[in-house]
Each structure stands twice: as structure tokens, then as C-alpha cells.
Design a protein around this ligand. Structure first.
Ligand code: ARG
Length: 464
């Protein structure tokens, strides 16, 4: 047991207590952030005349050596240490002796862990954003290729009106675009440096907090030392944004699963992204989509866990906050894995355009347009609605689509119908005429695709 705090104790820590308290098995994940933070701290201590230049150099070399050796696998952060901070400090003292004992001057593990977590989340926010951008790139390509791929649009999972695949995918483009916006918001709010807050009340050493904040790429130091060590809002915000990403991916997965079913047959998932059954040889299962949908639960779980951990904590640091890590790390790994796999699946999926357009023609998706046709000929909309309702009933009885009925049959129900009805309610017309901003008509969609093109290349958030 290598501890930093034995002095005021007369007995050794109970072994189970030690294990219960230790966090090294998960906080070793941010060893790099811990060392980067310490390097900035010692640079500042030297600049302020708190340690000598020689001491600073010895500490720097020692810290860099530790990072190198851990990366090379010759030094392992084992359970012998309580946490990553103790591991680094104990190793530093082993390596360089007395100067190593000065590293922690004017610092507490409370501001240290707050810094490490913030820097770790900051880089994960950027990585998540990059993965979302790759997914948007695939959707953008598919949208460009499917401007005239007709499919039924649904409400209540019942066929409603025809639209295009580009338009349907465009809805998800908007969702993931907003998810990227959330990454940026979180980054803007979290990018302030807690280092120098000490245990909770700052310190009497003349620390230069602006200097360390600047060295570590923050906009500036945080403004209240108690809040600095006890704030985990950025973790909650990130988990909330990750949960929203999963909710979007899960909805999309649900559709892929439906589209892949025998009943729909709209898509063919690439062999590399589907799996078989051990008993039923005919099966090709959409496991990736199902797993993404399933894993959504554990990400929501991390958010709930973090909100609950924080809700009763008095200021400032409490050990409860060590619980901010494991589920957050799991959520981050899960979401990054899900976005990556989902992107790969969408990049290789085949759309069965023939089946999609046949499906769009069935199910009376042109009923609204048939009513609009009558309205344009002077029938009030409410009457037109009733007439088309009767027509649908008649067509259902005869197992035909509206445009499969003869003009005589149509006119029997309403004499206003003329030969131009067939053109007015064809699949092409139904989609093409929908040209309001944000609608599926080709020209309307093209404008959105151009806007997206600009967003992906020019108007994009570039990470520092
Ligand atoms: N392992 C701790 C955590 O993750 C580090 C901070 C410990 N501070 C303390 N006062 N015990 O929160």
C-alpha cells in the first residue's frame, strides 16, 4: 500500500477499506492528463520562485520518464497505489528523490482530480464530435445519392405520405448535427481550469492560475475555488448529450431493424455487419443495430447514476465524487463504439429501391394529394377529405390503389375527377410538388444538401 497520507495515523488501513477506497484500477486511464497537469503546475511553481529551476527540471524529467515507461509497458500502475495521483508522485520520488517531494506544493488531489477529469472529458468531447462528423459524412453521401429514391413516410407506423430516402436520412442528419452542437456547448462551458483551487479554499502560495490555465489550453481559471473542486456539471452535461446521441442512434437502429425485416425488405445489411443464427440457417440478423439500441440503456444509466451521486453533496469535495468515473468511462466507450459501428453499417448498407418505391405506391400514401386535387378544382377541403375517405373504402374492397381505379369508377364517387387525376397523384408528383423549405421535393432537398455541404466543410467547428 503506497499512500500519500500516513502521518496522522497510528494503525494501517484495513485491507478491505484500502481496496474499497482505491481508484487506481480506473483512474489510471487519465495518467497522461495527470502528468500534463503536473508539468504545468511545476512550470508555474518555478516561474513564481516557489521551487528552483533545477528542481523544476528534475521533476519534469521524472514525470516524462514515468509517462514514457508506462506507455512502453515497463512501468505498470498497479493496485499497490491508491490512485493515479499517488502512483505518479510515489514513482517520481523513487526516481528523483527530494525534488519530487515538492511537486504537490500548493496543490491538493481535489483540484488535481478535477483538472484531470476536465481535461479527459474535454478530449472525449472532441473525439465524440469527430465521430459524429464521420457519421454525418456518410449520411450526406447517401442523401446526395437518394434524392429520387421514393419510400413511404409513416406516422403511427402507418403509411402516411410518400417521400424520399434522402429526406428520411436528412431527419437523422439534423439530429446528429444538433448532437455536435451540444459537444461544442459543453466544451465552451467546461474549458476553464480548476488547478490552483487547492483542497477547497485556494492557497497562500503566490500561484499564477492564469499561467497554468493558459499552458493547459483553457480559456482561463475557474472563479470559485469551492466550485472548482466540487463541480461535475460538465460530466452530467456530457452524459446527457451522450444519452441523446444514443436515443438518436437507437431510433435509427429501430428503423434499420424494421427495414431489414422480411416484411419491409427495404435494406440489405452488409455481411460484414450482420450475424447468423446457430440453429436457423436462413437468418441474417441486424445485431449491430439491435446492440446499439440495447446499449442505450447503460448510457442512460450512467447519466442517472451521476445525477444521483451529486444530488446530496454539500460543498466542497466529497469522496462520493470518485464515483464520477467508472460509469462515465463506460458510457464514453460505449457511445464511441456505437457511433463507429453504426457509421460502418450505414456506409455499407444496400437500399432496395425497387421495394421501397412499390411500398410507397401502396397504402394510399397519395390520399392527401387526391384530396388536394379536388380542392384545386373547387371542392372545400373537408368535403374532399370525406370523398377520398369513401374512395379509399371502395379501393380497399376492390383491393386496388386509388390510381388503379378507372376514371368511371372515380367519377361515380365524385364527378369532379378528370383524366388529369392520374398525373396529379402519381408518386413522382406527390413527392416533387412538396417544395416548401425542408420538404422532400428534389429542389427543396437540394438546397438542404448544399447547406449541409457547407456546414461539413466550411461552417464546421474546428477543434483547437
Ligand atoms: N481518487 C479521488 C477521486 O477520484 C481523488 C481525489 C481524492 N481526494 C481526497 N481528498 N481523498 O475523487
Amino acid at each position: 500500500m503506497a499512500q500519500l497520507w500516513g502521518g496522522r495515523f497510528t494503525k494501517n488501513t484495513d485491507k478491505l477499506v484500502y481496496q474499497f477506497n482505491a481508484s487506481i484500477h480506473f483512474d489510471k486511464r487519465f495518467l497522461k492528463e495527470d502528468i500534463t497537469g503536473s508539468l504545468a503546475h511545476v512550470a508555474m511553481l518555478e516561474k513564481q520562485g516557489i521551487i528552483s529551476t533545477e528542481e523544476k527540471k528534475a521533476i519534469e524529467e521524472g514525470l516524462q520518464g514515468i509517462l514514457k515507461d508506462v506507455e512502453a509497458g515497463t512501468l505498470v500502475p498497479t493496485e499497490e497505489y491508491e490512485d493515479v495521483h499517488s502512483f505518479v508522485e510515489a514513482n517520481l520520488i523513487d526516481r528523483i528523490g527530494d525534488p519530487g517531494k515538492k511537486l504537490h506544493t500548493g496543490r491538493s488531489r481535489n483540484d488535481q482530480v478535477a483538472l484531470d477529469m476536465r481535461m479527459y472529458i474535454r478530449s472525449q468531447v472532441q473525439e465524440t464530435d469527430t465521430l459524429l462528423k464521420e457519421l454525418l459524412g456518410v449520411l450526406h453521401r447517401l442523401m446526395g445519392e437518394n434524392l429520387d429514391t421514393y419510400m413511404p413516410g409513416f406516422t403511427h407506423l402507418q403509411k402516411a405520405q410518400p417521400l424520399t430516402l434522402a429526406h428520411h436520412l436528412g431527419a437523422y442528419f439534423e439530429m446528429f448535427k444538433r448532437d455536435r452542437g451540444r459537444m461544442r456547448d459543453i466544451y465552451e462551458r467546461l474549458n476553464y481550469c480548476p488547478l490552483g483551487a487547492g483542497a477547497l479554499a485556494g492557497t497562500t502560495y503566490p500561484l499564477d492560475r492564469d499561467y497554468t490555465a493558459n499552458l493547459l489550453g483553457f480559456y482561463g481559471p475557474t472563479d470559485n475555488s469551492m466550485d472548482s473542486v466540487s463541480d461535475r456539471d460538465y460530466v452530467i452535461e456530457f452524459l446527457s448529450a451522450l444519452s441523446t446521441i444514443m436515443m438518436h442512434l437507437s431510433r435509427f437502429s429501430e428503423e434499420v431493424i424494421l427495414w431489414n425485416s422480411n416484411e419491409y425488405g427495404f435494406v440489405e445489411i452488409d455481411d460484414a455487419y450482420s450475424t447468423g443464427s446457430s440453429i436457423m440457417p436462413q437468418k441474417k440478423n441486424p445485431d449491430i443495430a439491435e446492440l446499439v439500441r440495447g446499449k442505450t440503456g447503460r448510457v442512460y444509466g450512467a447519466l442517472m447514476s451521476m445525477l444521483t451521486t451529486m444530488k446530496g453533496l454539500p460543498l466542497a469535495y466529497n469522496k462520493d465524487m470518485q464515483e464520477d468515473k467508472e460509469m462515465t468511462f463506460d458510457a464514453i466507450d460505449t457511445v464511441k463504439g456505437c457511433i463507429t459501428l453504426f457509421t460502418g453499417m450505414m456506409d455499407t448498407i444496400e437500399f432496395r429501391k425497387d421495394k421501397m418505391s412499390v411500398s410507397a405506391m401502396k397504402g394510399f400514401t397519395n390520399a392527401t394529394d387526391a384530396a388536394d386535387y379536388l380542392v384545386k378544382k373547387g371542392v372545400p377541403f373537408r368535403d374532399a377529405h370525406g370523398i377520398i375517405g369513401q374512395l379509399v373504402l371502395y379501393a380497399l374492397e376492390h383491393q386496388k390503389a386509388i390510381d388503379e381505379l378507372s376514371l368511371a369508377e372515380l367519377q361515380k364517387i365524385c364527378p369532379t375527377f378528370e383524366a388529369d387525376i392520374y398525373d396529379a397523384i402519381s408518386l413522382e408528383t406527390c413527392v416533387e410538388k412538396r417544395l416548401t423549405h425542408g420538404a422532400p421535393g428534389i429542389q427543396a432537398m437540394q438546397k438542404i444538401i448544399e447547406k449541409n455541404e457547407y456546414y461539413l466543410h466550411e461552417g464546421d467547428w474546428k477543434h483547437e
